[in-house]
Design a protein. Structure first.
Length: 309
């Protein structure tokens, strides 16, 4: 099998009201846990690399690990750049064999976001690569993405239509209430489904993307805290809200925080219960298994049947 774009994945998802899981990767164990889950569930898969991952693991290592995953699992995998901040990083990833890139111009003015996105789209399409852009801003912190709640703005439906028409972008990340990190809501969770429905009605053929969509599963938060962690009050997007969003054009659901929590919970547990052990394989093995189980849960129970290869 091979590195592929998300184009065919999204076309199927749009017609059948499900979403593809886009999972952030940082090292070998995370990649193995995710792809093993996708293989078992026979699910289409997007692996995505953030700025923080590129700094930590370096793109060359991550690319080779993804290539190894394809050889090991015989899966088609879309390799995606998450939150590319400028044309240069998008171009580099395209030239390095990424099959999908995100240009995040949401911090710029509407017109500058269009100009920057169109520049990336023109280069990417000439090289057979698809492009995701963002309109609106998500609050929260994740890697190098930092937006305070007062600066966060929801996506305007009519601007979304104009943006897609003028840029030719392949998919669009929208802001309807999710946020980056483990503390997504201070009160009751809320997503603006009426806004989502309106956006989808105006650009029904455009796959929409939900960033900041980790559920922040209570079992992992509790396990982290019970073995010395300090993450009180963490709260994510309820799974029923994610399932509902797939009915209105959401074709890609980004998941990162849940991976971190699943991995950290198992590492904390093992080290606490086995203080004499110092072999990293002893605690990274269970952490990899926890990621696999969590990703299988997401595919089967949250993404509305994305196990449809």
């Amino acid at each position: 099998m091979a590195l592929v774009t998300s184009k065919e994945m999204f076309q199927k998802a749009l017609t059948k009201d499900y979403a593809i899981g886009a999972f952030n990767v940082n090292n070998m164990e995370i990649i193995q846990g995710i792809v093993d889950a996708a293989k078992i569930e026979q699910s289409p898969l997007i692996l995505q690399v953030s700025a923080g991952a590129r700094k930590y693991a370096r793109s060359a290592y991550l690319l080779k690990l993804v290539e190894a995953a394809i050889l090991d699992t015989d899966l088609d995998i879309c390799l995606h750049l998450d939150h590319g901040e400028d044309f240069e990083i998008c171009k580099k990833c395209i030239d390095d064999s990424f099959t999908s890139v995100m240009i995040d111009g949401s911090k710029h003015s509407f017109e500058e976001n269009i100009r920057l996105t169109k520049e990336v789209v023109d280069y990417a399409h000439a090289h057979g690569v698809v492009v995701e852009a963002e309109l609106g801003k998500l609050a929260g912190v994740e890697d190098d993405v930092k937006v305070d709640a007062r600066s966060a703005t929801f996506t305007d439906p009519y601007e979304a239509k104009e943006f897609v028409e003028r840029t030719g972008v392949d998919s669009l990340a929208i802001a309807i209430g999710t946020s980056h990190g483990a503390y997504k809501f201070k009160g009751e969770p809320y997503l603006d489904f009426e806004r989502l429905k309106k956006i989808h009605s105006l650009i029904p053929e455009t796959p929409l993307v939900l960033h900041g969509a980790s559920t922040v599963l209570k079992e992992f938060v509790d396990k982290c805290n019970s073995f010395g962690g300090n993450i009180p009050g963490a709260q994510g997007v309820p799974e029923d809200m994610i399932r509902e969003s797939t009915k209105y054009g959401i074709c890609k659901v980004n998941i990162d925080t849940d991976l971190r929590l699943a991995m950290t919970a198992e590492v904390r547990k093992f080290i606490s219960e086995n203080p004499a052990e110092f072999d990293p394989r002893k605690y990274l093995g269970p952490a990899r298994s926890a990621i696999q189980a969590m990703v299988q849960h997401k595919i089967k129970n949250v993404l509305n049947g994305s196990n449809t290869l």
